[in-house]
Design a binder for this molecule. Structure first.
Ligand code: HEM
Length: 224
């Protein structure tokens, strides 16, 4: 490799590493939120009172609620910013043969990430308008009555389908994302990489299973 090419490859590495760390860290925050959110949602199986009490408790502590909301919003914005910045750098680096070859394997996964990411972002907007503000609802929206809101909205097949399809996309996004998070922090080894991939996939699909259980159970009659 010529000195010019080596220099370019080093500059590429320097400019991507910080952004990958931002992606990994914000991804971890969002993943943590999803685990807590999925476990919270499962309380629907403990009945109307428990579910509504849980929603009331969350809203009953505004400083905590708003801190969590702000941390989440900043994480989402930084996650998107780092993704866009990395895509720009990758695009600019395309003529460099060495870099191109080094990224061949990642590009298939990142192509699906580029599709699932924006769809998930659109889903979050729909979801907030649906179950947080009730602006888009089916069968009525009662503030703080999470149980009734879930039963009304997710019992409506078009909404249930949106939730289920988007959760499946989240599964693909997470299983690639968790794996690349390990790569970004330098945890990459021929012996452990397949294990990390399996761990990422199993963890992601357990999470998705927990999420999907709610709309599926409601469509099948929970709460009716
Ligand atoms: C089947 C899947 C899901 C169900 C049934 C569900 C259910 C809910 C419910 C009932 C609320 C309102 C809680 C309340 O304010 O009383 C809520 C809020 C929220 N959900 Fe989900 N959710 C799902 C998936 C997701 C996913 C995948 C994300 C993120 C990618 C997400 C992000 C949020 C956010 C950010 C809020 C607003 C929290 C706040 O009030 O600030 N949800 N969800």
């Amino acid at each position: 490799m010529s000195t010019v090419m080596a220099g370019r490859a080093i500059r590429f590495y320097d400019s991507t590493i910080g952004k990958k760390a931002v992606m990994a860290l914000t991804g971890l925050v969002l993943f943590g939120f999803l685990i807590a959110h999925m476990l919270g949602n499962l309380q629907i199986f403990l009945g109307q009172q428990t579910m509504n009490h849980y929603a009331e408790t969350l809203h009953g502590n505004p400083p905590l609620l708003w801190t969590a909301r702000i941390v989440l919003l900043i994480s989402v914005l930084l996650h998107i910013w780092a993704w866009l910045a990395l895509a720009r750098i990758k695009h600019a680096a395309r003529p460099v043969e060495y870099v191109k070859r080094a990224n061949v394997q990642a590009s298939l996964g990142s192509r699906t990430m580029s599709f699932s990411g924006p769809v998930i972002a659109a889903f979050v907007v729909f979801h907030l308008l649906n179950l947080t503000t009730g602006t888009i609802n089916h069968g009525g929206f009662i503030p703080l009555h999470a149980y009734e809101n879930l039963v009304n909205n997710l019992g409506f097949i078009p909404f249930a389908s949106i939730y289920i399809v988007c959760m499946l996309l989240i599964g693909t996004h997470l299983s690639h994302g968790i794996w690349s998070m390990f790569q970004s922090v330098g945890f990459s080894h021929p012996r452990y990489t397949p294990m990390i991939k399996t761990f990422a996939a199993v963890f992601s699909w357990i999470l998705v299973g927990g999420f999907v259980a709610v709309p599926v159970s409601i469509v099948l009659g929970l709460g009716k």
